[in-house]
Ligand binder design. Structure first.
Ligand SMILES: [Zn+2]
Length: 202
């Protein structure tokens, strides 16, 4: 499927989350021209995929869709927070500094300290296309910076030392090799099932 073309997905489908350094994770996503049912279907998929992976944020490029859409739900750490979908998010201002140990669903099993602003003000369109501005602190402020980075093709590993980044790259290559082998195995099993099905039908 062409990843830059948003298609109508089944509602709330759990989609595969790409593992860094997948080339799509390094590309810039495009602004959404109109917030419509296609955008809302994408948002549902993002929420489903994020919850299935136990994350607090997910950006569309992580499921191979190069559109400026992110979802966030920091309620596990911030009970007062709400699930948020942001279309075309833009950070207007940064306040203070904080070091936070970040992880990423596209870099499974890794966490490293990243310096971020403690508070950010973000402007975005909600899932109805209404423009909103939100001042965020705590984990939500970190997550907004992390997820909007994804839309620019920037990963949290781009903020750490190159030595640490290369070690993580090696570990991700191993994970990707296992995933590829599993996919090949599944495809071979499916082919075998189809072939034996045809034989039985004869
Ligand atoms: Zn991430």
């Amino acid at each position: 499927m062409a990843p830059h073309r948003v298609q109508r997905y089944k509602e709330g489908m759990v989609r595969e989350i790409l593992v860094w350094p997948h080339p799509l994770l390094k590309q810039k996503a495009q602004p959404v021209a109109v917030v419509d049912d296609t955008t809302r279907a994408l948002i549902k998929d993002l929420f489903e995929s994020m919850y299935a992976a136990d994350g607090v944020g997910l950006a569309a490029p992580q499921i191979g869709v190069l559109q400026n859409v992110i979802v966030l739900d920091t309620t596990p750490r911030q009970p007062e927070a709400k699930p948020l979908a942001m279309v075309n998010p833009e950070i207007l201002s940064y306040e203070g500094k904080v070091d936070y140990k970040e992880g990423c669903l596209s870099v499974p099993g890794e966490a490293e300290d990243v310096e971020r602003a403690a508070i950010v003000t973000v402007r975005y369109l909600d899932e109805q296309g209404v423009e909103r501005t939100l001042r965020c602190d705590g984990l939500l402020a970190i997550a907004v910076q992390h997820e909007t980075d994804h839309l620019k093709g920037t990963m949290f590993v781009d903020h750490i030392s190159s030595l640490k980044r290369e070690l993580i790259r090696k570990r991700m290559k191993k994970i990707q090799a296992v995933q590829e082998a599993e996919k090949k195995e599944a495809a071979a099993a499916a082919k075998k099932a189809r072939t034996s099905g045809r034989q039985e039908a004869r």
